[in-house]
Design a protein around this ligand. Structure first.
Ligand code: NAD
Length: 290
């Protein structure tokens, strides 16, 4: 396939490289200078999109996605497919889907889970929204860039799945961290706490696979001085998207709301910026009951 790839940052760069390595013709564009193995560079998004069978975007947010779509959609050939892999708000995903469909294009929103390591290794999980036809066109590319792709429903369903998953993740990480901080104050050994909880009803991915206590459980960012991993500010971005969606859908999400407020305080007022999202544990340990 001829693939246009717009947004060649931490995630997009290795994803584009994997598509090129698999034998696809990839023409990339980023607003900053980059060099990606096997990827030819265009002078603009429109140039990368012209004549492509599929255009993939991997951009920071919904506002930038909308601006890029305004430029790219008119440049794409009728019948081509636009695949947005960025994490953006559901409303932006649906607006760009409408814009693409009106121009005779197919659209898939396909945010990912798996981080920079998964992007390099080609082991991402894609959660996709769009028509069956659009998903079928994009699926072979998901298989190259990832290990699993779930077709979640119509346009926007991929973004909905992503923010619901990450709302659970943020809430669970906070619960795991505050429980460790309480255990400390009760004189309970952290390893014993892990041994019990990881095999009891309090188990979770944040406890069992990504334990926030250094030296306990499998290797995680806690063992690397809380260097990310998944940075607290990215968790804040996703929690904000979840609360924006909850407001727009009139959904009651009190735990998600509290998680957003706690991560906002951590990132903006408490030096959490640039730390892994599991660094909530030392934060709780250093505080007294408020
Ligand atoms: P990044 O900032 O490294 O990459 C974004 C790229 O987009 C940058 O290179 C930037 O120059 C480029 N860009 C911005 N505006 C542009 C424009 N108008 N035209 C062309 N290029 C433009 O971010 P990232 O870590 O690669 O994340 C990309 C997306 O993936 C985000 O939506 C993020 O939430 C999501 N995501 C990231 C991770 C992660 O661990 N980094 C995990 C899952 C999902």
């Amino acid at each position: 396939m001829k693939i246009g790839f717009i947004g060649l940052g931490n995630m997009g760069g290795p994803m584009a490289a994997n598509l090129a390595k698999a034998g696809h013709e990839v023409i990339g564009f980023d607003r900053v200078q980059v060099s990606i193995e096997g990827v030819a560079l265009a002078g603009s998004g429109a140039e990368a999109a012209a004549g492509a069978d599929v255009v993939i975007t991997m951009l920071p947010n919904g506002e930038i996605l909308r601006a890029v779509a305004d430029e790219v959609v008119p440049a794409m050939a009728a019948g081509a497919t636009l695949v947005d892999c960025s994490t953006v708000d559901v409303d932006s995903a649906r607006a760009v889907a409408d814009q693409a469909n009106s121009a005779g294009l197919r659209f898939v929103d396909a945010p990912v889970s798996g981080g920079i390591g998964g992007a390099s290794a080609g082991t991402l999980t894609f959660m996709a929204g769009g028509t069956t036809d659009a998903f079928a066109t994009a699926e072979p590319l998901f298989t190259i860039m990832g290990q699993k792709a779930v077709h979640c429903g119509d346009a926007g369903a991929g973004q909905a799945a992503k923010i619901c998953n990450n709302m659970i993740l943020g809430v669970t990480m906070i619960g795991t961290c505050e429980a460790f901080a309480l255990a400390d104050k009760l004189g309970l050994d952290r390893q014993k706490m892990f041994d019990v909880v990881s095999t009891s009803s309090g188990y979770s991915w944040t406890m069992n696979a990504y334990c926030p206590a250094p030296g306990v459980g499998p290797q995680s960012p806690a063992d690397n001085d809380y260097r990310p991993g998944f940075a607290a500010e990215l968790m804040l971005k996703d929690l904000r998207l979840s609360q924006q969606a909850a407001t727009s859908a009139d959904a009651d999400t009190p735990m998600g709301q509290l998680a957003e407020a706690l991560y906002a305080r951590f990132v903006e007022d408490e030096d959490g910026q640039g730390k892994d999202f599991s660094a909530m544990l030392p934060r709780f340990v250093s505080r007294r009951r408020g």
